[in-house]
Design a protein around this ligand. Structure first.
Ligand code: AMP
Ligand code: MG
Length: 418
């Protein structure tokens, strides 16, 4: 057993674990994968940085102009705004002006071009009148205006990216701006999963009496795909103890995390618990949430294991709330709280005290900017259409009962894995 069992709060309800405690236990039980690799930065997009990146250079590397205009010495116009200055050369981006600039002189300069030595200010061209090789400066100005300084964005020696950062398009730009072509990232976790149940048929098979199509493998596939992991789909495994056991042992060997759905409860064909007592150190939790009460979590050898419930909505909710952060931890992603918002309820909602409800809702933004949320309808844990219609969970706290139209509720907008 891992130390998860310590988190039960016997004063509250000895048999039910809160969602927060469950998450904490999962966080305690999962660590980033140790295998890392070096990738060219384009290939590293979406991967998670394993080693900090330090800049060897300043960005910008040199003083340069933020405008097309004229580089001048501010003291030349300081006391005499209508000063006439003589153009003595041009500075282009990548092609600096290397000559001297004396009193009463200026240099034509383009955006990004290096500031000539001796100049400290750029007058934008719209504020200068040019005639032949002289300009007259109009308007009022400040020293150093329109000049970008070395290291303004990044200083030499700065830590530019910290481990745990998921590499974004902006990061590709940042890395290239400091000349970094390769970075060290965590390898993507390999996730093995299968469905259990004698009643489950795969697509293409005929339904016999009492059969249903396996949908959990498809929702899990979709969510895992969006989590950007390597997927190992082990199919449907019948409710046969030896078969499930062998599949679990094999899966734990080749994957970094194993997920099953179904068979984790207390029915006569539910073998997951008995098998894991033999081959793993796994806790069977009853979580104070709806949907998704039964959840198994632990390890088979060193491999983390999730035994999700069988009901389709419970699978999606527990995958979203618990498997998703677990995979982020495996990937090395720094923990980020999910965004929670407050919305005005448009229906009455039924709720029994005792468990936190994750009802399915559709939220919209009103013209006045306020968020409102309505229910998707029937909330049974087998009503998969509720997940398809929803764009958020309506989170109703553990101790509350029914909620009425017009009340404010907390919503958890779906992120892009749903
Ligand atoms: P179980 O936990 O195995 O007793 O399953 C609970 C409920 O979920 C039962 O109604 C099962 O038929 C259903 N169920 C289990 N696995 C799946 C699946 N892969 N796809 C769709 N429904 C499932
Ligand atoms: Mg079953």
């Amino acid at each position: 057993m891992n130390d998860a069992t310590n988190c039960y709060d016997p004063n509250k309800n000895p048999s039910l674990l809160s969602v927060e405690q469950t998450l904490q236990n999962i966080e305690n039980g999962i660590h980033p994968l140790s295998n890392t690799k070096s990738l060219a930065i384009r290939e590293a997009l979406g991967h998670v940085l394993a080693k900090e990146v330090i800049s060897d250079i300043n960005v910008p590397p040199h003083r340069n102009s933020a405008m097309d205009g004229y580089a001048i010495k501010f003291s030349d116009i300081n006391n005499n705004p209508d000063e006439v200055l003589t153009i003595v050369g041009k500075s282009f981006a990548g092609e600096p002006y290397n000559g001297d600039v004396n009193a009463g002189q200026c240099v034509r300069i383009m955006t990004g071009a290096m500031m000539p030595a001796g100049c400290d200010t750029v007058i934008m061209q719209e504020q200068a009148e040019k005639q032949d090789d002289v300009i007259t400066v109009n308007g009022s100005h400040q020293a150093e205006e329109n000049v970008r300084f070395p290291g303004e964005d990044i200083k030499q020696g700065d830590v530019v990216l910290q481990p745990g950062k998921k590499i974004s398009p902006a990061d590709l730009g940042l890395l290239s701006s400091i000349g970094i072509a390769e970075i060290t990232v965590y390898c993507k976790p390999k996730v093995a999963f299968f469905s259990t149940g004698d009643e489950l048929k795969s697509l293409g098979e005929k339904l016999g009496p009492g059969d249903i199509y396996d949908s959990n493998r498809y929702t899990l596939y979709g969510m895992l795909k969006q989590m950007d992991v390597e997927i190992i789909d082990l199919g449907v495994i019948a409710d046969k103890k030896e078969l499930i056991k062998q599949t679990l042992v094999d899966a734990a060997e080749k994957a970094d995390i194993v997920i099953t759905s179904g068979g984790a409860s207390v029915g006569e064909a539910d073998y997951i618990s008995a098998i894991l007592n033999e081959i793993g150190s796994v806790n069977f939790w009853k979580i104070a949430m709806k949907p998704g009460k039964p959840l198994a979590f632990g390890h088979i050898n060193q491999t983390p294991f999730f035994g999700l419930p069988g009901n389709p909505v419970s699978v999606m909710a527990t995958c979203y709330l618990f498997v998703q952060p677990a995979i982020q931890l495996l990937k090395g992603i720094n923990h980020r709280e999910q965004l929670k918002l407050s919305a005005k309820l448009e229906n009455n909602l039924k709720k029994a005290p005792g468990r936190t409800d994750f009802q399915r809702g559709i939220f919209t933004q009103q013209e006045n900017g306020e968020l409102s949320v309505s229910t998707t309808g029937m909330q049974g844990s087998h009503i998969l259409t509720s997940m398809s219609l929803a764009n958020c969970f309506i989170v109703l706290p553990r101790d509350t009962g029914n909620v009425s139209e017009g009340e404010r509720v907390e919503i958890l907008p779906f992120n892009d894995i749903l």
